[in-house]
Write a protein that binds this ligand. Structure first.
Ligand code: AMP
Length: 213
């Protein structure tokens, strides 16, 4: 399976991608995760990208395309892959098509995880992550027992810089303007499936696996 996961920030793409990796044993390629690692490691690329990420804007196409090209040419992608957070606009999608064509491994599916705007806002503004073990919580839907502390390891919980309200609005605007058109792009190619991303995580996953089989 060579899959692109589409969906607004907060739609739950990342969670479903991790469950798909476990089931299908193929790698997840998340440009957001790769960029955050660069920021955490303080690389030149990370320093360049951080401002864009904190403002909720897209990082330059050339930067993310380079990262994805490198990752796709690694041998573990031969068995398939899940792209999460890439492509984010039609220019990235067209470049991806070309890269995959030249590697002889075109996309087999695009899956859009659909969630209403109001729910996305609560999911994103409420999101907290543990500094110690990366466990995720949400102050509206799945709060930790003690405020600001991880149930699992007792670590401090933090809010991602790009989960602050202004940045979230910007990220959702960018999604609407630049990424949502990809639903049409993959629809026209005949490889698009859509799933309702509201409800129990396992139930959504079960719908997804049925759609992808
Ligand atoms: P994510 O975790 O996928 O929401 O990504 C977090 C941030 O990283 C985004 O708001 C962008 O600033 C940047 N980013 C991630 N993927 C891309 C991409 N494909 N193109 C441009 N910027 C990206």
């Amino acid at each position: 399976m060579r899959l692109v996961l589409l969906g607004a920030p907060g739609a739950g793409k990342g969670t479903q991608a991790k469950m798909l990796i476990d089931k299908f044993g193929i790698p997840q390629i998340s440009t957001g995760d790769i960029l955050r690692k660069h920021v955490a490691d303080g690389t030149a690329l990370g320093k360049e990208a951080k401002g864009f990420m904190d403002r909720g804007e897209l990082v330059a196409d050339s930067v993310v395309i380079g990262m994805v090209k490198d990752r796709l040419s690694q041998s573990d992608c031969k068995a398939g892959f899940i792209l999460d957070g890439f492509p984010r606009n039609t220019a990235q999608a067209a470049t991806l098509d070309g890269v995959l064509e030249s590697l002889g491994m075109p996309l087999t599916r695009a899956l859009s995880v659909d969630v209403d705007f109001d729910i996305l806002m609560k999911r994103l503004t409420g999101r907290r992550t543990c500094k110690g073990c990366n466990q995720m919580y949400n102050v509206f839907f799945s709060a930790s027992k003690a405020e600001g502390k991880c149930d699992k390891c007792g670590g401090d919980l933090y809010q991602r810089d790009d989960d602050k309200e202004d940045t979230i609005k910007k990220r959702l605007d960018v999604y609407k303007a630049q990424t949502e058109p990809l639903i049409d792009y993959y629809g026209k190619k005949g490889i698009l499936k859509r799933v309702d991303g509201v409800g129990d995580i396992n139930a959504i996953f079960s719908k997804i696996t049925t759609m992808l089989s």
